[in-house]
Design a protein around this ligand. Structure first.
Ligand SMILES: [Zn+2]
Ligand SMILES: [Zn+2]
Length: 345
């Protein structure tokens, strides 16, 4: 077999290309072309792809363009597509120095699907998470008030419960579990943007501030402490709201009293999220250190909005490791049963 022989098939190649582009934050529109092409191929009759590749008619299929057709033709001919070869050269860990923590992470407690503002269906997120070696992930789409992110009403969230159950049935006893959660908005008064009954039905609740980030310090502290003390809250998401780089520009961190907020987290057993998104890198180092001293638990999350972004965990793992966060205090190093006992005990 030649060095560049390829036998995984065009769908795997297209998905892999999309994954590798996403983890490097490539333009969503370009990535969508690869994911869309993979979807088109999955709908083809047996033998059709090979026939079309031979006849040069792949581009008659919806969503197949010049670049994706070239990838498919290479795969059908048993060659590694050039696009893939190039991306694989850059496929190593996204951050160095986090190996020990990354290896200990069994799952991810914060990610979005196309039910809210994510770019991919639940099934694609699950498939990629499983390929990354995760044992579980928590699906945490947005709550109703975040309309720009297509937040889920109680009715849609209720429907999603059935979909999550169906995905798990489909997964069978293979070991991987899709848990159901929410990234619920912390309202101005510290209440959560979903009914208590609904929150109680979910496995894990991540509570985050997404509005009025510039609230005055004392009010913001009260707001966050109230949310942390809500009996259904498990994780305090990206606590400062800062943006350090990226397409949305930068944003300073919110003003609040970290001692009060982290004391409340420690007392309530709420994990402080180390949000791994490169543009967030939230909380900053000094606040992670303060949460450590306060005795808090942590959750290292990707906050992925696309499958490739599930790999962002490397960034959070590197930060946690360099700051000396003990593995035992990172809840997503725990086996799923322990995690669920913690979240619902
Ligand atoms: Zn958020
Ligand atoms: Zn999120």
């Amino acid at each position: 077999m030649a060095d560049d022989a390829y036998d995984a098939g065009p769908v795997a190649a297209l998905r892999r290309i999309a994954f590798l582009m996403e983890r490097r934050l490539a333009d969503t529109y370009r990535i969508k072309a690869y994911r869309g092409a993979a979807e088109t191929l999955l709908g083809c009759a047996p033998g059709e792809v090979a026939e079309r590749a031979a006849a040069g008619t792949l581009r008659e299929l919806p969503g197949i363009g010049a670049k994706t057709a070239a990838v498919v033709e290479d795969c059908v001919a048993g060659r590694v597509p050039a696009t893939l070869t190039k991306l694989e050269e850059d496929a190593g860990p996204l951050a160095s120095g986090g190996d020990e923590v990354r290896a200990a992470l069994r799952g991810d407690l914060h990610l979005h699907s196309d039910w809210s503002d994510g770019g991919s269906p639940i099934e694609e997120m699950v498939m990629t998470a499983s390929e990354l070696g995760h044992e579980y992930v928590v699906l945490t789409d947005h709550s109703p008030r975040l309309q720009v992110a297509n937040g889920l009403s109680t009715a849609r969230l209720t429907r999603q419960i059935d979909v999550v159950a169906a995905v798990n049935t489909h997964l069978g006893d293979g070991g991987f579990r899709l848990l159901h959660g929410i990234e619920v908005d912390i309202l101005d008064d510290g209440e959560l943007d979903q009914t208590d009954d609904m929150l109680a039905r979910l496995d894990v609740v991540v509570a985050s501030v997404h509005s009025k980030l510039r609230m005055e310090r004392a009010a913001m502290t009260r707001r966050m402490v109230a949310a942390v003390r809500h009996p259904e809250t498990n994780v305090l998401g990206h606590c400062t709201g800062r943006l350090v780089r990226g397409g949305r520009g930068t944003r300073p961190q919110s003003e609040f009293d970290p001692a009060a907020v982290f004391a409340a987290c420690a007392e309530a057993g709420v994990a402080v999220e180390i949000n791994s998104r490169p543009e967030r890198t939230d909380p900053p180092d000094e606040l992670i250190e303060q949460a450590l001293e306060a005795g808090c638990l942590f959750s290292i999350d990707s906050d992925a909005h696309a499958p490739g972004q599930l790999d962002f965990l490397w960034y959070g793992a590197a930060r946690a490791q360099s700051l000396g966060v003990p593995l035992e205090r990172v809840v997503n190093t725990w086996p799923v049963d322990r995690l669920l006992t913690w979240a619902n005990g």
